[in-house]
Design a protein around this ligand. Structure first.
Ligand code: ZN
Length: 298
């Protein structure tokens, strides 16, 4: 497992002095920094050696510098072209001939010019380290970025507005219950940020002269509340409230049935379905309507 080592500017200056000292008086006429970490190094080293920065490196004349030799692939390419290479630090596992005098530092090195404090990907990286993983291994290198991207997608509901979703209505005379059954949804429980998956059944009775919404709007409304950090009970209420507030109805009903990973994968480790419901108006008070709706939802 590797630890994050944050190199400060004073760490950098000390290493820059060493690098300058060991390359002073040699036959170089210019300094070139490998983008992007080598650029600040070259910028600091060049004036100390009294040399200009190279626009384009010339073999034999240019000192090529980098901040860190890791796998050494880039520096090796320059070395093969006949360049002399050096770096401030190298890993103990790095090829020793690319910057033999560089200070050995193992771990996850970060430099002042790549400060990413407060970056969400940095937080994921820390979590990976916390569980004992090595964020520098191949399969995990791009994981922090992917995790943040997935989280944004899974919480896209915060940017969706239920009023907008339900704004388009049709003027159709219909006074019977309208039900959309078993709409699959996935959400994240707000206690563990683990997924819960289930189906939603949503119904309403239009008020006399009331308007109805297109069928596709109900799944979108469910999505709007599912793609947030949730508890199933609140999600049920939010769907019902949005219908009450945005449609003219005699009653609405919402039933959610879901399995929670935080219950099946951890804790008591048992599978089971949780059922939540919310009924208003006639769907709550008229026993026949209530029984009909619950029959469809369960
Ligand atoms: Zn949970």
């Amino acid at each position: 497992m590797s630890t994050i080592i944050r190199m400060s500017w004073s760490d950098v200056s000390a290493e820059v002095e060493r690098l300058a000292a060991r390359n002073r008086g040699k036959a170089f006429t210019e300094v070139y920094g490998i983008p992007s970490g080598g650029v600040p190094v070259a910028t600091l080293v060049a004036p100390m050696l009294g040399l200009p920065l190279a626009e384009t490196p010339t073999p034999g004349r240019t000192l090529i510098v980098d901040d860190l030799v890791d796998s050494g692939t880039t520096l090796r390419r320059y070395q093969r072209l006949g360049h002399h290479t050096d770096a401030l630090w190298r890993k103990s596992a790095s090829p020793g001939d690319l910057a033999p005098a560089a200070t050995v530092a193992d771990g996850w090195l970060t430099f002042p010019w790549e400060k990413d404090d407060g970056e969400p990907t940095d937080a994921v990286l820390r979590i990976l380290q916390h569980i004992g993983e090595d964020p520098t291994r191949d399969g995990l290198l791009d994981t922090p970025r992917r995790v943040i991207k997935a989280l944004k997608e899974l919480t896209a509901g915060y940017a969706m507005n239920p009023a907008t979703i339900l704004a388009t209505t049709f003027d159709v005379t219909h006074d019977e219950m309208i039900v959309v059954r078993d709409v699959a949804f996935s959400s994240l429980c707000e206690h563990h940020m683990l997924p819960f998956h289930g189906v939603a059944t949503v119904g309403y009775i239009p008020a006399p002269g009331g308007r109805i919404v297109g069928l596709s709007k109900i799944p979108r409304l469910i999505e709007c509340f599912a793609r947030r950090l949730q508890v199933q009970e609140r999600m049920t209420d939010q769907i019902a409230d949005a219908l009450v507030q945005n449609l003219d109805t005699l009653g609405v009903g919402v039933v959610l049935r879901a399995s929670h990973s935080c219950m099946s994968m951890r804790g008591i480790g048992k599978h089971g379905e949780m059922v939540t419901s919310r009924l208003t108006g006639e769907l709550r008070n008229d026993p026949a309507a209530r029984a009909e709706f619950m029959g469809l939802g369960l």
